[in-house]
Design a protein. Structure first.
Length: 166
C-alpha cells in the first residue's frame, strides 16, 4: 500500500468517513457504467454518497472500531448516508429491484453507530425517506387535531344547548 495513489485514496476515504454514523456496504459487480452512474445520482438525491474503492483501503479507512472485513469480499462500494439513512437504503433497494440481476446487493449495514444485520437494513429501506415519514407524521397529527377540535366544538354546542334548556 506504499504507493502515493493508495495513500491519497486512503486519506480521502478517511475524510469521507469521518463522523459518519450510517453507511452500507454493497456489491455493485454486474452494473453497467450507466447503471452505476444512475445509482450514484439516486444516492446523491437522497443525501448520500457512493464510494468505490479497494476493499483493503475501505477496511483501513473504517478503522478497527468498525470491522467489516467479512463483508469486504469481492467488488465492494461503501454508500454513506448522511441525512436520510432510510432514503438511501430505499434508493439501493429500488435500484436492485429495477434490474433482473438484483444489483446492487447489500452486504452489510452500519446504522447510527452500530453494525446491523441485513434484515434490519431491509426494514429501513421499506420505511421510506425521512420526508415521507415526516409527511405521514404531520398527516396523523393533523387528523388527531381535527378530531380534537371537532370534539371541543361538540362539547361547546352541547353546553350552550344545555344552558338554553335550563
Amino acid at each position: 500500500m506504499a504507493n502515493q495513489r493508495n495513500q491519497n485514496t486512503l486519506a480521502a476515504l478517511q475524510k469521507s468517513l469521518e463522523n459518519i454514523e450510517t453507511f452500507y456496504v454493497v456489491d455493485y459487480q454486474g452494473l453497467t457504467a450507466g447503471q452505476l452512474s444512475a445509482l450514484r445520482q439516486q444516492v446523491v438525491d437522497k443525501g448520500g454518497r457512493l464510494i468505490v474503492a479497494k476493499n483493503t483501503l475501505i477496511n483501513l479507512a473504517l478503522g478497527e472500531s468498525r470491522d467489516f472485513g467479512d463483508a469486504l469480499k469481492g467488488p465492494s462500494a461503501i454508500v454513506v448516508a448522511q441525512d436520510d439513512p432510510a432514503g438511501v437504503a430505499k434508493a439501493l433497494s429500488d435500484a436492485a429491484k429495477g434490474n433482473d440481476k438484483g444489483i446492487p446487493t447489500m452486504k452489510a449495514g452500519y446504522l447510527e453507530g452500530k453494525r446491523v444485520d441485513l434484515a434490519t437494513v431491509a426494514r429501513i429501506a421499506n420505511l421510506g425517506s425521512r420526508d415521507q415519514l415526516y409527511a405521514e407524521l404531520v398527516g396523523v397529527l393533523g387528523a388527531h387535531q381535527s378530531n380534537f377540535v371537532g370534539l371541543l366544538e361538540a362539547l361547546r354546542t352541547k353546553m350552550e344547548g344545555g344552558d338554553a334548556a335550563a
